[in-house]
Structures are given as C-alpha cells and as structure tokens.
Design a protein around this ligand. Structure first.
Ligand SMILES: [Zn+2]
Length: 208
C-alpha cells in the first residue's frame, strides 16, 4: 500500500506542478521536461483547467525562449532577471557549481515546485514585472552553465546584476549607469552652455 500511496502522491505532485506551470504560461515541452508527464497529458490538463478558467490562461505555442540577447539587451528584463536569479540562488534553486547541460540535469519535482514558489514570490514583490517564467528559466540555465553570464554586484551600489563573462561588460546596475550618464551629460551640458557666451562674445568681437 505504501508504494501505491507514494506513487499516487508523486503523480499528484506532477499534476500540481504542471498546473502551476500552465498558469505561468509555460510551454508544453518545458512542462513535460519538468514534470515527466507526456505532452498529451499536459494538453488535456490545459484543456480541462483552461475552460474552467474562462480562458484567462494564455497557452503559448512554438519554441521556448532561447535568445538570451533579448533579455540582456533590455534594461528592464535584465534587471528583473538579475533579481529573479538572485532570489533563486538564495533558495538554492540555482546551483553554485557549473552544470554543463542544465536543461537536462536541473528539472525535477522538488526544484520545479521551488521554481514556482520563487516566481510567485517575485511577482508579489514586483507586480509590474514583465519577465516570464520561461525567460527566467532561460537565464537560470545560462547562469548554471556559467559560460556567458554570471551574477555579480554593481560596483557602485552593490545591487545584483547580470554580468557578461566574455565582454567584461556592465559592472553597474541600470540605475547607477543612468545616474553616471546623466551626470556626464549634465557636466557636458554645462560646458557647452559656458562655452556658448564666449563663442557669442568672440563672434560679436569679430563682427564689430
Ligand atoms: Zn548600482
């Protein structure tokens, strides 16, 4: 009986995790990867729950996000991804050692449940966040692989950032780099303004 109970509980957890991932609009293939449920079971789940939910859950089709550049090139998504990844690291969801094939090695029930908890928490803390769970997962996988990006601290404020490992890129968060840019532009603007009267004066001398 114990074995049957355990199997039932395991299956129950897979279904619960699948439903949570469906609610976060994760694609079928990714859900199947994390729950070990067959795609047709997930599609059936989706149909039964989505109809009850009056279509509030959007089913995303096609391939899961795979272009990290879309996130890295967006100031907003990059910042949100860094915060989400830091949260996942604090929950030991993101391994500290490198994982060469994270898409294959990271998914399991415990981690999947924790992933949903982390994303739910993240959305409560940052309600207007735009980053999807699948985009967050893409970033987590790349951080676990450890080839392109890493979690680092902003050199000015110490806030968490996603740093490019190869390009020795941004070492400041979006806020600090903007502040620095604004100050530079402000100084440049003042120089331009202070030069203008002189230029006008010179022009005036020349024209007289
Ligand atoms: Zn900063």
């Amino acid at each position: 009986m114990r074995i049957i109970d355990d199997r039932y509980m395991q299956h129950r957890r897979r279904l619960d995790l699948a439903w949570r991932l469906i609610q976060y609009e994760v694609r079928t293939r990714t859900i199947s990867n994390w729950t070990q449920l067959a795609p047709h079971r997930i599609r059936a789940l989706y149909r039964s729950y989505a109809t009850q939910d009056h279509g509030a859950v959007k089913r995303r089709r096609g391939v899961s996000p795979y272009r990290l550049e879309i996130i890295l090139d967006s100031t907003r998504l990059r910042l949100e991804a860094a915060i989400f990844a830091a949260l996942c690291r604090s929950l030991d969801l993101l391994p500290t050692e490198r994982v060469s094939q994270p898409e294959r090695d990271l998914p399991n029930l415990d981690r999947g449940e924790l992933l949903c908890d982390a994303y739910a928490w993240f959305r409560v803390e940052i309600p207007p966040a735009k980053i999807t769970l699948e985009q967050g997962l893409l970033v987590l996988n790349e951080l676990a692989r450890g080839e392109q990006i890493e979690l680092a601290s902003c050199r000015s404020c110490g806030g968490v950032i996603l740093s490019d490992r190869l390009s020795h890129g941004r070492s400041e968060c979006a806020f600090c780099s903007r502040t620095e840019r604004d100050q530079t532009e402000s100084v440049a603007g003042k120089r331009t303004l202070s030069q203008k009267p002189r230029q006008h004066a010179q022009a005036g001398v020349g024209s007289s």
